[in-house]
Design a protein around this ligand. Structure first.
Ligand code: NAD
Length: 254
């Protein structure tokens, strides 16, 4: 069975942006996809696009930081399509603030969605993968894992996801399950649009800045991340595990 054909995939935070692009790419390549998001209606719209293009998907309304909701979503997906072999931990939020202004809520919300969410989804999904002796887990880190002004919470969570990824790779490798992370740089989505507004600029100016500064001379698009996720999610990537792939137009190069 090559690629992701007929595999069952769960993509979290897939109602828009990077998650939606990953869900669409996996479905286009033959996977049956659970489009999970807090925003169930928007998730349904992504499902409608997938099914009208001839793919298979269902919308799952859930908060990744709540165990019962994740369990119910995984049960529904596995019940509908039979099993679960690909998990993409993508759901995320920003609560940016300089350290001296950062409140407990800003910290807890970011930790709960990125870290606890990825833990819960991996913890619940691994049962299906280990039973089937096959699985692919892909988690969304960030270039902010290296540290970023105003993101003490987010950069900690994104670095944490790299540690989780390596540990999952070690523990689950013997069962045919790989775990890898993607660290995107600037990607044009609603999240970066909100960041632009917060820092008093526009997404267009950010795009122009990226085009000037980055070795590849352009900003990133959700499809750039979907291409990397599709690689890690595929059967052919079975000898690649515990890796962090920076998909950032070369922003870390000097
Ligand atoms: P986005 O804000 O456009 O989409 C995030 C999605 O996650 C939304 O649909 C939102 O409803 C969903 N979500 C939030 N909290 C949730 C929860 N508790 N349970 C379920 N769903 C929830 O963001 P994006 O730019 O597409 O980012 C996707 C991922 O990529 C995030 O993890 C983000 O941190 C990471 N990332 C993005 C960039 C970028 O430049 N856009 C860069 C590096 C990393």
């Amino acid at each position: 069975m090559p690629g992701v054909q007929d595999r069952v995939a769960l993509v979290t935070g897939a109602a828009q942006g990077i998650g939606a692009a990953i869900a669409q790419r996996l479905a286009a390549d033959g996977a049956k996809v659970g489009v999970l998001d807090l925003q169930q209606e928007a998730a349904q719209a992504v499902v409608d696009e997938i099914t009208s293009a001839g793919g298979s998907a269902i919308a799952l309304g859930a908060d990744v930081s709540q165990r019962e909701q994740v369990q119910a979503a995984v049960d529904t997906l596995a019940g509908e399509f039979g099993g679960l072999q690909i998990l993409v931990n993508n759901a995320g939020v920003l609560r940016d603030n300089l350290l001296f202004k950062m409140g407990d809520d800003d910290w807890d919300t970011v930790m709960n969605v990125h870290l606890k969410g990825a833990f819960l989804c991996s913890n619940i999904a691994q049962k299906h993968m280990v039973d089937a002796k096959y699985g692919r887990i892909v988690s969304m880190s960030s270039t902010s894992a290296r540290g970023n002004r105003g993101q003490a919470n987010y950069s900690t969570a994104k670095a944490g996801l790299q540690g989780l990824t390596k540990t999952l790779a070690i523990e689950l490798g013997p069962f045919g399950v790989t775990a890898n992370a993607i660290a995107p740089g600037f990607i044009e989505t609603a999240m970066t649009k909100a960041t632009a507004e917060r820092v008093g600029t526009t997404i267009e100016q950010m795009r122009e800045g990226a085009a000037k500064a980055l070795p590849v001379r352009r900003g990133g698009l959700p499809e750039d991340i979907a291409n990397a996720a599709r690689f890690f999610a595929g059967e052919e990537a079975g000898y690649v595990t515990g890796q962090v792939l920076y998909v950032d137009g070369g922003s870390g190069l000097h």
